[in-house]
Design a protein around this ligand. Structure first.
Ligand code: ANZ
Length: 840
């Protein structure tokens, strides 16, 4: 009758919160703000997996804690609802993705609500909602209508682009098009035949699609690109100021991949052409014994001699079928083809052969290298495979013996006038020398490529673009947004890259304002578009005049805490920083970075320690756990499993354990016979130990929540509950404070207990209890005093006594003095709060 009935309690309080709009929040400049963001889910047909509540519980605890600390907390939720699975389902069944998406969202919203998270649901966003993607299209137009000012390192409106004198109208158009931050390109892209779409570099992992693991090949296609490379330096520098884990920062840092070196021009023998190379080791120029062009390099056709032409064409054909990753894989056997041409090394005038090989990528640096087999591993393998000369030009520092290739730094040899220089000095000197001679200069390169921003899919944001006759491009006016996604009959992309929207002729064909005919862009934006700015829409989700209000942005941004999976390191987390920087440059947001603090939750494995998957049959369904044990137990368990950022296996026994703990807390306060307040809860004074434990608990839970140590906070609460359980008389005031610190973790049960303790209404805004530092301290501790490993006496000292005070007290003991028999101690070792060891 009065036992802990999680089902009833959870339903009751969820209704109260919903009906009273308990977690509704508005801008309030009288209060400090705190913005807590979750990575919003993709509404999949499988519903929530246990990884979702992990991050969501952590942010909910912080949100509830911060509210109690007096912060104005923004904690929103929404759905990242464009994407492949709904579309693939549509291809299979004919069900429109909008229907599938709606159903999946309803189910996931139900699950999320059942976990009792304190979201302001009035702020929910869905990226597939035209009122939302209208603004995604609007931001795209901002990219299209901006250029990057290199000097000021920021984006500006395209109208401000300085145009060189003397250009014809046509050249002017082309010049402007070349500077837009959104542009069309014909470059070779990652084409995934199975998915029927192109993919961004970030979406290709190990030569296959990140989603689904399908093979990806290179193919030239007209695509929309965003000029993220312009922001490479700022994306890199901005990382320094962010409170993110080192591992995520490193992933982004390396993905951006800044290299400093030199560009060097090699004359092609017999031609009026230079081969430009990028090298990070200009100090090895004297050791360059051959050159390699990427098979796709534009000079290949021109310089290849007739004798080698056929072989070169064949080789290039074979290379085009490989992915970049396969090509650069260190373990792969080196292949290549001589072109018949020679180049001249500018430092010593030597003629060296020019090869093509697929280990040189056309898209990095200049697409050509000088090969230094003595000091570059890949060049070394290549030289060995094809019998090319190897000349050492760097000697390792004394004492190091190297066999084969030496890729480190050292002292220059065989390098003429530069012999004897250290690698660092040499790099600088030779770069100056090259610049003086007009055949080279200092150069910086980034691994980061422009972001391939179009997909041959149906279920995505349409581009606000119309193509006119003769290749002109017409952006839709901002006032005519959104460009609605039309209904189509067939969702399947054609195998050759024609997007499904092409099937919708009525939608595609339009008349331009000047009466000429145009065709809408039929590619759609990638899955990542909507998530690039959703955290901005949350601050003003219903605004139909702007994407969001500037004053609101000033108040709410940056996001104070962002929790989500680490798998988005070089995707969403890079893309959204990029969008934010553009909006910052154009004056729409004041904050330079969107996410101040980022925490990555660890993966939850199955009970067997393996990744949860349908095929392994080890998937835990959150619905089942909640039915049996309740949302509070589910929340508490996921936080108790271990450190938030660790990978950890699921355990049903663990769930039972925390459920028992919650039941125990329930019984501390509620009489199970009557369901009323337990008669042992009285307005009594607290004894010393209870006082100390309570103050320790308030202190530890608070600091653990701030430091994301949720598991240790729970342990401390368990200690307190066990102690209180033993008391005959349970002081009401202590229990009230305890319920407050437990509330962010197990909010439903705590609301109910708060009511049982005689309070009315929600406790969500009760002030977080204060603790007294003095009262947290253990007063005195007993220490054993040992001589030669034998205990001679026990002394009692203040818990915070210094080492010197402890030593003094130990030596003052009569028993110790007797045992030392007048000898001087050689050493005294104090093991805090345990023992003193005296060595004589
Ligand atoms: C000569 C050399 C000598 C190099 C040496 C290295 C060591 P990161 O640091 O990644 O920027 N390289 C340049 N462009 C390339 C391309 N398109 N495809 C494949 N490799 C390319 O690496 C820069 C180095 O990678 C460059 O420096 C070049 O090889 C190679 F002892 O030049 B180095």
């Amino acid at each position: 009758f009065g036992t802990y009935d999680h089902q009833e309690i959870e339903k009751k309080w969820q209704k109260v919160w919903e009906n009273n709009r308990t977690f509704k929040v508005e801008l309030d400049s009288s209060k400090p703000k705190y913005y807590v963001l979750d990575m919003f889910p993709y509404p999949s047909g499988q519903g929530l997996h246990v990884g979702h509540p992990e991050g969501y519980t952590a942010t909910d605890i912080v949100s509830r804690y911060k509210r109690m600390k007096g912060f104005n907390v923004l904690h929103p939720m929404g759905f990242d609802s464009f994407g492949l699975p709904a579309e693939q389902y549509a291809v299979k069944t004919g069900t429109h993705p909008a229907i599938t998406t709606k159903k999946n969202i309803a189910n996931m919203r139900r699950q999320i609500k059942a976990l009792g998270f304190s979201y302001d649901w009035d702020r929910e966003v869905q990226t597939t909602d035209p009122d939302y993607y209208k603004w995604t299209q609007w931001i795209f137009l901002k990219f299209y209508n901006s250029y990057f000012d290199e000097k000021e390192q920021k984006a500006k409106p395209i109208e401000e682009l300085p145009i060189p004198d003397g250009l014809s109208e046509e050249e002017k158009e082309a010049y402007i098009a070349d500077h837009r931050l959104a542009y069309e390109s014909e470059a070779p892209v990652n084409w995934c035949p199975e998915l029927g779409t192109v993919l961004a570099n970030e979406e290709v992992v190990g030569g296959v699609s990140e989603r689904g693991g399908h093979p990806v090949i290179r193919k030239p296609m007209r695509q929309w690109m965003l000029r993220i490379t312009k922001y490479a330096d700022r994306l890199l520098k901005g990382l320094e100021g962010l409170d993110w884990s080192d591992s995520i920062k490193k992933l982004q840092h390396d993905w951006i991949g800044k290299s400093v070196g030199a560009e060097v021009d090699f004359k092609v023998d017999g031609y009026d052409e230079d081969i430009k190379v990028f090298t990070t080791r200009p100090d090895t120029l004297f050791g360059a014994t051959y050159m390699v062009l990427a098979p796709e390099h534009e000079l290949v056709d021109k310089i290849t001699t007739d004798e080698y032409r056929e072989k070169v064409v064949d080789y290039r054909e074979a290379a085009s079928r490989k992915s970049d990753l396969d090509r650069t894989d260190l373990a792969k056997e080196k292949t290549g083809q001589f072109t018949g041409a020679y180049a001249i090394n500018p430092v010593n005038g030597e003629k060296i052969p020019v090869w093509i090989s697929d280990y040189v990528l056309v898209s990095y640096g200049t697409g050509a290298i000088m090969a230094v087999p003595a000091h570059d591993t890949r060049d070394y393998e290549f030289a060995q495979a094809f019998g090319l000369p190897i000349v050492e030009v760097v000697k390792p520092s004394e004492g190091k013996e190297v066999e084969g290739c030496f890729a480190g730094e050292g002292t220059a040899i065989n390098s003429g006038q530069f012999d004897g220089l250290s690698t660092e000095e040499f790099k600088e000197k030779i770069t100056d020398w090259l610049e003086e001679k007009g055949c080279g200069k200092k150069a910086v390169n980034f691994k980061l490529r422009d972001w391939l921003f179009s997909r041959q899919r149906y279920w995505g944001e349409p581009f606000p673009i119309v193509h006119g006759e003769g290749g002109s491009v017409h952006p839709i006016s901002e006032n005519d947004l959104p460009v609605m996604l039309p209904e189509v009959d067939r969702y399947k992309p054609t195998g050759d890259g024609e997007p499904p929207l092409n099937n919708s002729k009525e939608w595609v064909n339009v008349t331009l304002p000047d009466g000429t005919k145009g065709k809408r862009e039929t590619n759609t934006m990638p899955q990542w578009a909507g998530s690039c700015w959703y955290y901005l829409r949350y601050i003003d989700p219903k605004n139909d005049q702007a994407a969001f209000d500037g004053e609101k942005e000033k108040y709410w941004l940056p996001v104070d805490l962002y929790i989500g999976g680490a798998e988005h390191a070089v995707l969403h987390l890079l893309y959204s920083r990029f969008w934010h920087m553009l909006l910052h440059d154009l004056g729409y947001v004041e904050s330079p970075e969107p996410f101040k603090k980022l925490v990555n939750q660890g993966m939850i494995l199955g009970e067997d320690g393996q990744k949860m998957s349908k095929s392994r049959g080890n998937v835990v369904n959150p619905d089942d756990v909640m039915d049996q044990y309740g949302a509070d137990s589910m929340r508490l368990y996921e936080m108790f499993m271990g450190p938030l950022e660790a990978t950890k296996p699921w355990s049903m026994q663990g769930v039972e354990g925390v459920h028992r703990f919650l039941s125990k807390v329930w019984r501390l306060i509620v009489d199970e016979q009557t369901g009323e307040l337990c008669s042992r809860v009285v307005d009594a004074d607290m004894d010393e130990e209870t006082t100390r434990l309570l103050h320790q608990t308030i202190k530890k839970v608070g600091s653990d929540v701030e430091g994301f140590g949720f598991n240790t906070a729970i342990s401390q609460m368990m200690i307190f509950a066990n102690h209180t359980n033993k008391l005959e008389q349970k002081p009401r005031w202590a229990l009230e404070q305890f319920v407050k610190v437990l509330a962010p973790f197990a909010p439903h049960m705590c609301e109910e207990l708060w009511e049982k303790l005689g309070h009315e209404g929600t406790m969500a805004y009760e002030p977080w209890p204060e603790y007294d530092e003095e009262l947290t301290k253990e007063k005195e501790v007993e220490l054993a005093v040992q001589i030669k490993g034998k205990i001679k006496d026990r002394i009692t000292v203040a818990a915070d006594a210094s080492e010197d005070q402890i030593k003094e007290k130990a030596l003052a003991s009569e028993k110790v003095q007797a045992a030392m028999a007048g000898k001087e101690p050689r050493k005294i070792i104090v093991v805090k709060s345990r023992l003193v060891n005296i060595v004589v």
